[in-house]
Design a protein around this ligand. Sequence first.
Ligand code: 4AD
Length: 478
Amino acid sequence: IGSNNTASAEQLTTNDASSSSSSSAGSKVGDIVTVKGWIKNMRHQKQFSFAELTDGSCVQGLQVIGTPQHFAETTNGCCVSVTGKLTQSPGKNQSLEIQLFDEQQSSGDNTTSGVKVLGKCDDSEYPLQPKQHSFEFLRDIAHLRSRSNTIGAMIRVRNESTSLIHTYFQDRQFQHVHTPLITASDCEGGGEQFAISTPVNHPNNNKENNKATTTPAVNHFFGEPAYLTVSGQLEAEIFASSHSRVYTFGPSFRAEKSNTTRHLSEFWMVEPEMSFINMQDNLDIAEDFLKYTIQHLMTNCKDDMEFFNKLEKTLTNRFVRLPYTEAIDILTKQTSTKFANPIKWGEDLSREHEKYLTSHFGDIPVFVINWPKDIKPFYMRENDDGQTVANMDLLVPEVGELIGGSIREERYDHLVKRLNKLDMDQDVYGWYMDLRKYGSAPHGGFGLGFERFLQYVTGLQNIRDVIPIPRHQNYCKF
Ligand code: 4AD
């Protein structure tokens, strides 16, 4: 149906252009076309009936007009193939529509106009009715919710964002590397990893009741401890040590019991890792990357983005760069807000502190830099003060922490000291130490939480609504 159904273009493009059964790609006003999709809404009048047809390619469906007889078997939600005449629409919100016609009026090429139902849908029990549904309700029908307007638009924005992220890095000569999802190391050191289990025997088929059964699983990966990754960073560092600029973009898993609107057990992270950069470079690249992606998204997804957030401030202002120590000063000296958890130097910011800081700076994103080393992971480079590390967290309004990154500790001796201090297993990280032993390079990078990014650009309040199928505490239905 194409994104230009709302524009003045005379041509109909379909997402289905590659499908040999679709005869509508590239058609013009006056042509007889066949379009396939789902009925989103039906309206009946005495003489005419109106159907809104969607194939998921844009917010606005395509209007199909015919007699009630044409639509005798169609209901909301059913899957159809429609053949009719493509005409200019007098309607305000669309430029094109399809008019169904009787055989006698046919264009002479014996085309049969009408609606063929490919998949029925019992309207009386179909959960998605043509009305506003709450997000809670839609989450309960996660297998059907991509047909709703908002989740439908989110899927398109997510797709475009993915493409822009790859373009940004590819245009700048980064190599995309696939880092493993099963790992022996704990990047963030929070002990929030899901452990891998292996069945003692292979699944066998219980012939008596014809059900697949597995013997109890043991908590290891073929005899060795292993986990689902919390971040691809450590492995990305391997490739930054050979290919200079790399990025990984994949799922991360966290077993934290955070039942909030900002946490998922399975989320996606974009992680560039770059040799030969310093702290300023890391901040500059993160800011440029975010602005590029948002700017292009606003252009490329105009129809869908109009549905969503306004981000002009983010694009037109330089992000604030605020040392952690100054952030604590601001938070402790202010008198306007009483925090539920008052903060002092050495502690992590909680949501209320993040909110205060972004609003203090007029809702412009804030990089909080140089955090106390004791509350940060082992790999961050120690600053000369011996107290803080060269890292950054980017805070944005509504969402809070969107990016976390740092310069990595590239000095062998410092890293050994740090691992010892944290009582970390040197054997597990031997390979990581080798990267410092053999041609160590100054390097750093960051991780952008993809769903938090989508929350930020769409303005959707709950992170569970910006991922196609969410996984979080107490939710893994299918
Ligand atoms: O700050 P984090 O934990 O940083 C890392 O994992 C680094 N290894 C990244 C790097 O330097 N390559 O996570 C990075 C971002 C956070 O800022 C947040 O946006 C997102 O990942 N994030 C989550 N998103 C959804 N659900 C969760 N449970 C998340 N935990 C982190």
